[in-house]
Write a protein that binds this ligand. Structure first.
Ligand code: ZN
Ligand code: ZN
Length: 175
C-alpha cells in the first residue's frame, strides 16, 4: 500500500486487540498484559483522528467477568471553534472496562474465551476528545461582522452598520 510522505506507518494487525481470557474468568486477581498499535479513524465537526491508536494495559480476572485496565492514546487534529486555528495534539485516557459472557448494559462481551478491546478502546478515545476545542481558554475568536481574528488584530468595531459588506445583503433580505 502506498502512503503519502510523512504519513505514519504502523502495524495494522487487529488480532493484537484480541486477548484470551478463558483462564482469567473465575480466577480473581490473575492478569494478562496486552499492548497493541492499531489504526483508528474518528471524525467529528472540529476533531479528526486518523492514524495509530496505542493501547496498553492488562486484563484482570474477576469471579464472573474480566476487568480491562488500559491506557489508549492517539494523535488528534483539532480546530478551534472560535478562531478556526488548527493544530495537532495528543489525546490520552486511562480507563477501566468490564467484559462479561452475558454483557449487561454497561459492559462489553466475552466471545468464546476472548475479549476484543478495539471497540472499548475506540469508544473511550472518542469520549476523551474535546467536543468544542479552543486553541486557548481566552481565545477571542473571529469578529462576526468582518471575520478579523480578534486575537491578533482588534477590528475597529462596526458602529455604522452600512460599513459591513453584508449590509447590502441584509437590505436585500429586508426588502
Ligand atoms: Zn482560537
Ligand atoms: Zn470586525
Amino acid at each position: 500500500m502506498k502512503r503519502a510522505p510523512g504519513h505514519p506507518t504502523y502495524p495494522s494487525d487487529m488480532s493484537l486487540m484480541v486477548v484470551s481470557v478463558g483462564d482469567l474468568i473465575g480466577s480473581p486477581g490473575k492478569d494478562r498484559p496486552f499492548a497493541a498499535v492499531v489504526p483508528v479513524e474518528l471524525t467529528f465537526e472540529d476533531v479528526h483522528v486518523e492514524g495509530p491508536m496505542e493501547v496498553t494495559g492488562r486484563a484482570i480476572g474477576l469471579i464472573d467477568a474480566v476487568e480491562a485496565d488500559f491506557t489508549v492514546s492517539a494523535g488528534a487534529h483539532l480546530t478551534c471553534t472560535r478562531c478556526l486555528t488548527a493544530w495537532d495534539s495528543r489525546v490520552e485516557v486511562a480507563t477501566k472496562q468490564f467484559f462479561r459472557r452475558v454483557p449487561d448494559e454497561g459492559g462489553y462481551p466475552v466471545t468464546g474465551d476472548e475479549i476484543d478491546l478495539y471497540e472499548a478502546a475506540r469508544d473511550e478515545l472518542a469520549l476523551a476528545l474535546p467536543s468544542t476545542p479552543v486553541c486557548r481558554e481566552d481565545c477571542r475568536g473571529l469578529c462576526p461582522t468582518c471575520g478579523t481574528d480578534l486575537n491578533s488584530d482588534p477590528c475597529g468595531g462596526h458602529g455604522d452598520e452600512s460599513d459591513s459588506p453584508f449590509a447590502s445583503l441584509r437590505d436585500l433580505f429586508d426588502s
